[in-house]
Design a protein around this ligand. Sequence first.
Ligand SMILES: NC(=O)c1ccc[n+]([C@@H]2O[C@H](COP(=O)([O-])OP(=O)(O)OC[C@H]3O[C@@H](n4cnc5c(N)ncnc54)[C@H](OP(=O)(O)O)[C@@H]3O)[C@@H](O)[C@H]2O)c1
Length: 333
Amino acid sequence: MSEVSQTGTASAAPVRVALLGGGTVGAAVARALLQHPDRYAARLGAPVELLGVAVRDTTRVREGIPADLLTDDPHALAQDADVIVELMGGLEPAGELIEAALRRGAQVVSANKQLLTRRGVELQALAQEHGAGLHHEAAVMAAVPVLAVVRESLAGDEITRIRGIVNGSTNYVLDLVAREGVPFADAVRQAGELGYLEADPTEDLEGLDAAAKIALLARTAWDVPAPPDEVDVTGISGLTDADFAAAAEQGGVLKLVASAERGADGAVRCAVRPEVLPAEDPLARTRGGTNLVELDTVLAGPVTLVGAGAGGDETASAVLGDLVRAGLAVARR
Ligand SMILES: NC(=O)c1ccc[n+]([C@@H]2O[C@H](COP(=O)([O-])OP(=O)(O)OC[C@H]3O[C@@H](n4cnc5c(N)ncnc54)[C@H](OP(=O)(O)O)[C@@H]3O)[C@@H](O)[C@H]2O)c1
């Protein structure tokens, strides 16, 4: 790669990016790259060349994305790229595309919590073996840069406990009941209508999404396997209006709390469960779709991170941060 000039990057070879997925997050990433080429060129020391955007339906107009960038062949698009940004979701074909990219030493960025929870350890090992990179900040708490803080900023400290609101959908429901007195069943329905809950809300309501996230956080913090099916999970689907009334009577607030702790024996225990928190607890004050995590550390004391747990632009922020990391790794080669 050629040297970066002071004023720009005209002489550097472009970093070739394949964007797999042009939905809520993918479209936001594409728009940022296309609208602010100078921003990313300056940060990478090389221009970013967006090779294309893989979607299922290439006939649909996507605001801010030229039609000639769209393709329905993610395999062809990915095969020559320096950086693959996987924003399709689901286990396949995302899994095989990521695996193929890692095997040829490419950099991969993904926000796919579902896939990373199941295959993250194996894929990271593959990345290491082939001198590739796998970056997945957006997979946990979207815009909140928690993985980077846990993995990099706190690398010289010791995290003893992680505790947070990591699922915005259920927090939206719980907030609606607690603050506006909406009956629980109506709040669930309203959250579905507004798009806060998936068509099948089981993952959110049963605490499985939160379990996957706390497991990924524990794995990052303590370098342990932390499989999500070993998280002690209770969701919010069994709550009743009487539970909310009882919490309010005590002056407390019902929240779905995800936590992970490393005991003196070194064993890591992860849990997700509804808890009645005192009103002054920062977790109790977390509103709507917001996410918040508290990291208890030996040297720094408690460190709190808070921000948007979903949304196209918000999640794109984390994806683009990873893209800059990935692009720098390409530029260093
Ligand atoms: N949305 C959020 O707030 C958020 C937050 C954190 C993490 N994430 C993660 O980010 C990822 C993307 O989420 P999203 O909300 O952007 O999803 P989405 O809106 O459903 O977008 C998925 C995109 O992938 C394309 N796609 C899916 N399967 C494909 C295939 N086989 N071949 C080609 N294209 C395919 C779809 O094409 P069509 O457009 O033609 O259907 C669509 O453009 C997921 O892993 C999700 O869990 C999302």
